[in-house]
Design a protein around this ligand. Structure first.
Ligand code: UD1
Ligand code: CA
Length: 464
């Protein structure tokens, strides 16, 4: 990514006070997520590499939650509260007093444009080297709802007219306002003081600043931007479209720049913060979330959903659900495994079909091949947990730990009633319920001895 030069004289003002009525949601629009990040966070991440001197976010609807999201980005941003949402111009008015002394230019951005990239904003920076104000515009086949950009004879912008205030001729203009501006602080401050709400929505329109600057003889430079970088998200259908575009970009980057095989991008769902290393393969139906990291040459999928997991070099994870699990190099998992929080699988270990793990460390080359529940346990190296092993870790009140030492062999259908330890190289017989520690190298048998009643079935059949 090419970073624009650092811009210490610029303040980024992000407008995030609106409710987003068309989302029909109890959650503020900017807090809805696309590809793992909130809409607002996407905008903040586009601003981060610009190196601006100050970031101010205007909050209002769900101010507390939106402020927490701003803080989480760690950009050292200021928030100002706009108590009544009286329009975009009113929102920027609230931000101006928070600007610090060194700020000479103000970058205004909406909080609902998750596809924004720093490269697109660089165009605004270049334009304001010669002129006091610039704005991003886009050519749309259907500009309904957007402000229309009315240009003057010199190619500069004369004014922006909102859809609701536009004449039929103005509505026919296909150049739309993207809602992103960079302007001289002094001129913007003066123009904001002259806004009125004499318009269709009864609001203070930020867009009226353009006509005010123009009227004073300043030039406002239009900078053409691709719609797919500046499109706003106004409802949940647009949210899904934006998320798809973000995933497409991320997968493209992984395939072209990193060298990851993605068999079917259309059914591969990655959050933007997921990392996948060279020569890994993602099979169809793979969902990777919350900073999951996949190592070199690993094969993940099909039908695998990992949240905040790491997958080691050369590991295989097939048809698996994992949360906060670390899968070691060359380990194999699945099909149909459930790795819950705190699972740590060692090098070349194996977790097979219908196995659930939780808060467990499994050592190198140990195997849990089928049908087991292993929770709150430490499993050593080269341990074999045969089919049907269960750690009985919960007594209805407290959780207890199970320790299985190196080289132990836990037989089929063994209940390990915790707290309990199986010593190094020890065996448990199939079907045992182990309630006491088993010393190293021992065999524990804990089941009723079999009795055989000769002829019992025949006698029953013959009514005896
Ligand atoms: C605005 C522009 C329009 C442009 C469009 C691009 C104006 C008057 N119109 O319209 O020309 O084509 O963006 O998407 O600016 N907000 C506040 N406080 C408010 C009002 C809005 O913080 O009082 C925030 C919203 O949360 C949102 C952003 O400002 O993040 C834009 O507001 P929105 O209502 O979506 O503006 P549009 O009507 O889309
Ligand atoms: Ca909008």
């Amino acid at each position: 990514m090419t970073e624009a030069p650092a811009a210490p004289d610029v303040a980024a003002v992000i407008l995030a006070a609106g409710q987003g009525t068309r989302f029909r949601s109890d959650t503020a629009k900017v807090l809805h997520r696309a590809a793992g990040r909130t809409l607002l966070r996407h905008v903040l991440e586009a601003v981060r590499p610009l190196g601006v001197g100050q970031v101010v976010v205007v909050v209002g609807h769900q101010a507390e939650q939106v402020t927490a999201e701003v803080d989480a980005a760690g950009l050292d941003a200021t928030t100002v509260v706009q108590h009544d949402q009286r329009g975009t111009g009113h929102a920027v008015q609230q931000a101006m007093p928070a600007l610090t002394d060194g700020i000479r230019r103000v970058l205004v951005l909406p909080g609902d444009t998750p596809l924004l990239t720093p490269e697109v904003l660089a165009g605004l920076f270049a334009a304001t080297e010669t002129d006091p104000a610039a704005m991003l515009t886009m050519q749309l086949t259907d500009p309904t709802g957007y402000g229309r950009v009315i240009r003057g004879d010199d190619g500069g912008v004369d004014r922006v007219v909102e859809h609701g205030d536009a004449t039929p001729e103005e509505r026919a203009v296909s150049e739309a306002n993207a809602g992103m501006y960079l302007a001289s602080r002094a001129l913007l401050t003066a123009a904001l003081g002259r806004l009125d709400d004499d318009n269709a929505q009864g609001e203070l329109y930020l867009t009226d600043v353009v006509a005010i600057l123009r009227g004073d003889g300043h030039r406002v430079v239009p900078v053409d931007a691709p719609e797919r970088a500046v499109a706003g998200v106004n409802d949940r259908a647009q949210l899904a479209d934006a998320a798809a575009e973000l995933r497409r970009r991320h997968l493209d980057h992984l395939m072209r720049e990193v060298g990851v095989t993605v068999v079917d991008p259309a059914t591969t769902y990655l959050d933007v913060d997921v990392e996948v290393a060279r020569d890994a393969t993602l099979l169809p139906g793979t969902i990777l979330e919350q900073g999951t990291r996949i190592g070199e040459g690993a094969v993940v999928g099909p039908n695998t959903h990992l949240t905040a997991c790491t997958v080691g070099v050369g590991a295989t994870v097939h048809s698996t659900r994992g949360t906060e699990a670390a899968i070691g190099d060359a380990a194999t998992v699945g099909p149909f495994a459930h790795l819950r929080a705190g699972t740590r699988l060692g090098h070349a270990s194996k977790v097979g079909a219908y196995v659930e793990t939780k808060n467990v460390t499994v050592g190198e080359r140990s195997k849990l091949p089928h049908l087991a529940y292993v929770g709150d346990a430490t499993v050593g190296r080269e341990v074999n947990l045969a089919c049907g092993v269960i750690t009985v870790n919960y007594d209805g009140r407290d959780k207890h730990h199970t320790t299985i030492e190196d080289g132990a062999f836990v037989g089929c259908d063994t209940m390990l009633v915790a707290p309990v330890t199986i010593g190094e190289h020890a065996y448990t017989a199939a079907g045992s319920t182990i309630t006491e520690d088993v010393p190293p190298d021992a065999l524990a048998i804990a089941r009723a001895r079999q009795t055989v009643k000769e002829g019992w079935a025949r006698r029953r059949r013959e009514g005896g």
